[in-house]
Design a protein around this ligand. Structure first.
Ligand code: ADP
Length: 244
């Protein structure tokens, strides 16, 4: 039987008593590269934040490989939405990536040569090695996104959550990011991505969840990514001309 990486049961989340996620049941199998799609305000970011315990649900529960998130933290990496990060913080690209290694260190230990080596390798992987000493505030949006991806990579997690990693990046960066995500999947990692560009869903992802306050559908892209679910999620007669 396939292993379930993330299991969400009866999850309801509200802001100021207004539910923005309603009674979500969701199982994400291990090793999938999954897009979460839905209109603005559908609750996509909220779902990720609730899974990661950043937001407290009013009902429901979440397990990561069968256990509560609190005990599974080190297996989970998160790349937040770009706008939610304070880029003025005075730190270099390398420092940001090094922070990703902290989870694997004990309380007293400080990052050493091994952590630095891993951070440099991750920077190289995302094509940012030559920017290692640059202040993060002096990088473009796409470059900052690559740095955050590098930080997630050094965490060596089992599950990666990424909130719109392609937002505001150029075509080259988009290809670089998707290649890394596909590599992660090959290594049997589970990758969950909030995604906006419906046209690229079949090309980039093998699993998809449609969300609009409620869960509309979830499953393999080939069975689930169809006009019926798009219409239920985005409104009347939504159609995209997808080449399958
Ligand atoms: P998505 O990621 O699908 O665009 P979000 O999860 O960001 O949607 O937001 C879902 C709903 O919750 C939206 O209606 C949004 O306005 C509302 N919302 C998000 N964050 C907050 C907040 N901090 N306080 C109040 N309402 C919020």
């Amino acid at each position: 039987m396939e292993k379930i990486a993330v299991k969400v049961d009866d999850l309801t989340v509200a802001y100021n008593y207004k539910p923005v996620l309603w009674d979500i049941d969701l199982q994400i199998p291990e090793g999938v590269l999954m897009a979460i799609v839905g209109p603005n305000g559908a609750g996509k970011s909220t779902l990720i934040k609730a899974i990661l315990g950043i937001l407290k649900p009013i009902a429901g529960s979440v397990t990561i490989f069968g256990k509560p998130y609190a005990t599974q933290r080190k297996h989970v990496a998160y790349v937040p939405q770009k706008g939610s990060v304070d880029w003025d913080f005075p730190t270099t690209a390398l420092d940001v990536v090094m922070m990703g290694t902290y989870g694997s260190l004990g309380w007293i230990k400080r990052p050493g040569p091994n952590e630095k080596k891993r951070a440099l390798e991750a920077l190289e992987k995302v094509g940012m090695l030559s920017f290692k000493s640059r202040q993060i505030s002096q990088l473009s949006g796409g470059q900052q996104q690559r740095i955050f991806l590098a930080r997630a990579l050094v965490q060596d997690a089992s599950i990666y959550f990424m909130d719109e990693p392609f937002q505001g990046v150029d075509a080259t960066t988009e290809v670089a990011i998707i290649n890394i995500l596909k590599e992660l999947r090959k290594a049997n990692k589970t990758v969950v991505v909030v995604h906006h560009d419906l046209q690229t869903v079949p090309e980039y992802f093998d699993w998809v969840t449609f969300l609009n306050v409620k869960k509309i559908a979830t499953g393999p892209v080939k069975d689930t990514f169809n006009d019926d679910n798009l219409t239920k999620t985005y409104g009347i007669n939504y159609k995209v001309s997808i080449q399958k």
